[in-house]
Design a protein around this ligand. Structure first.
Ligand code: AHR
Length: 504
């Protein structure tokens, strides 16, 4: 069975730039993300540099990761950075109360994180501790990392082996302050956050981009409280906060029964996609609130946690959030990126949760050197051409009727496009689990000199990569693209993600 749709793309109508930071990442001290994932320690038999696992770095470098958020999440609000500097043997431990109550030895700290960012070629995004820290503590951290001249924090950094200041633009002022970050009201958080933001200074050439801890899902009242506070500050509103965040997870079940990553039926699949598609409503809602206070769109919206959240894999620590990653997760990612591209004027950054071994990960590792690239990894890789490209309008016409479930509708085709120099990239997701999509790409405003396509699919939605079968879901060439008097004609198999690169 197949359906036919037409996608009109105006290649000569430039929209906002798709910031590469929409392809950002997140590494929390949670389960096996940092320890065992990124960081194995210098004594590990696995190839490493300063304890950082080099096969992980190599795999992630292929994604051109633009930024990495650290150390949490909920962990950030109980992290005291001074415990994570200096000789490893002298670093005090702590209990990671949010994630499994395990003892954190603080071996991966500020210097290790900065070394990781340098190896990845990613910009650091440090999330400060507002919940249980102090204003002085965060202010000192900023000084330690970014100050060039002489100062107590600079001398401490130098004593720990690093002379030159780093550049650290992105700072989160707390995390989920309405929950694990302190259970605060929006008003209480805003008062607190103003003090933190005030004393986190721009040192030398390092200009801070301060991100206020934002809402969850559809909590527009939280964003409204933040925006009201930001815009009531005298003078230029961007002086104190440059962005507000929001978190949105695709959890189709309940928090108690989220469902399995790989053992699901069609009903579960549709519910997942309907939930994933709701990211559009979430971003539209928060952007609309922000527009009322900041019509020039100078304050950014940062979705610094997103992704699927399933029940943990059987037999693993429930506090470690280790889940498999199936073709379904890749389609969730494809759908999110189309939405992100459409919101590129307000949405300045997004960070998938999380990069390695936690939630919707790019990589799954084991301690014997096994490393698996997940289907979601491949979507990030196939979409790289959108980084810092100019979005262009995409109109889905002659499309099939949406799927309906419990009064909710799901569009079965999703697409977005961008132009960079003499190339364009079109991404298309066919969400239909049973029918191929015959697609006419009606390409307007440019001459197409050449084209090539790539396809990510598998016989089953549940297909996933594992140590035993790491190549079950990998991109292949999309064959059979035909020239049509309007542009190109192609067929997308059921449940598939494709990219078409155009030479203009
Ligand atoms: O990503 C896992 C957790 O989800 C983060 O620590 C927290 O911010 C969110 O609730």
């Amino acid at each position: 069975m197949s359906t036919e749709s037409r996608i009109v793309i105006d290649l000569d109508v430039p929209g906002p730039t798709i910031s590469r930071h929409l392809y950002g990442h997140f590494a929390e001290h949670l389960g096996r993300c940092v320890y065992d994932g990124f960081y194995v320690g210098e004594s590990s038999s696995l190839p490493n540099e300063g304890g950082i696992r080099l096969d992980v770095v190599e795999a992630l470098r292929a994604l051109n990761i633009p930024n990495l958020r650290w150390p949490g999440g909920c962990f950030a609000d109980e992290y005291h950075w001074m415990n994570g500097i200096g000789p490893l043997a002298d670093r005090p431990g702590m209990v990671n109360t949010n994630w499994g109550n395990v003892v954190e030895n603080n071996h991966f700290g500020t210097h290790e994180f900065m070394a990781l960012c340098e190896l990845l070629g990613a910009e650091p995004y440090v999330n400060g501790n507002v919940g249980s820290g102090t204003v002085q503590e965060m202010s000192d951290w900023v000084e330690y990392l970014t100050r060039d001249g002489d100062s107590p924090m600079v001398r401490l950094r130098q004593a720990n082996g690093r002379d030159a200041a780093w550049k650290v633009p992105y700072w989160g002022i707390g995390n989920e302050a309405w929950g694990c970050g302190g259970n605060l009201s929006a008003e209480a958080y805003v008062e607190l956050a103003r003090r933190y933001a005030t004393f986190c200074k721009d040192h030398d050439g390092n200009k801070l981009y301060r991100i206020a801890a934002g809402a969850s899902d559809h909590d527009l009242a939280w964003t409204e409280a933040l925006m009201k506070a930001i815009s009531s500050l005298g003078g230029e509103p961007r002086n104190l906060f440059q962005a507000v965040s929001v978190h949105y997870y695709t959890v189709p079940g309940t928090w108690e029964h989220k469902g399995s990553a790989t053992d699901f039926d069609l009903d579960d699949y549709y519910r997942t996609m309907i939930k994933a598609q709701d990211i559009d409503r979430v971003l539209t809602g928060h952007s609309t609130v922000m527009d009322a206070y900041d019509p020039q769109r100078r304050i950014g919206l940062v979705l610094d946690e997103w992704g699927t959240w399933w029940d943990v894999e059987p037999g693993t620590n429930p506090g470690f959030l280790y889940q498999q990653n199936a073709l379904r997760d890749a389609l969730v990612a494809g759908l999110h990126f189309d939405v992100f591209h459409r919101h590129a004027e307000r949405l300045v950054m997004a960070n998938i949760a999380q990069t390695v071994n936690v939630l919707q990960a790019m990589l799954l590792t084991d301690d014997t050197g096994g490393l698996v690239l997940t289907p979601t990894y491949h979507v990030f890789e196939m979409n790289k051409g959108h980084h810092d490209a100019t979005s262009v309008p995409v109109h889905l016409v002659d499309r099939q009727a949406p799927y309906e479930l419990d009064g909710k509708r799901l569009e079965l085709l999703s697409a977005s496009a961008s132009v960079k120099g003499d190339h364009a990239l079109v991404s298309i997701t066919n969400l239909d689990p049973a029918a191929s999509a015959e697609v006419v790409l009606d390409l307007r405003g440019a001459t197409i000199r050449d084209h090539r396509g790539r396809l990510l699919t598998a016989p089953e939605l549940q297909a996933h990569n594992s140590m035993a079968d790491p190549q079950a879901v990998v991109p292949v060439a999309l064959t059979g693209i035909a020239e049509d008097d309007r542009g190109l004609r192609l067929t997308l198999p059921p449940h598939s993600f494709a990219t078409i690169e155009l030479d203009l």
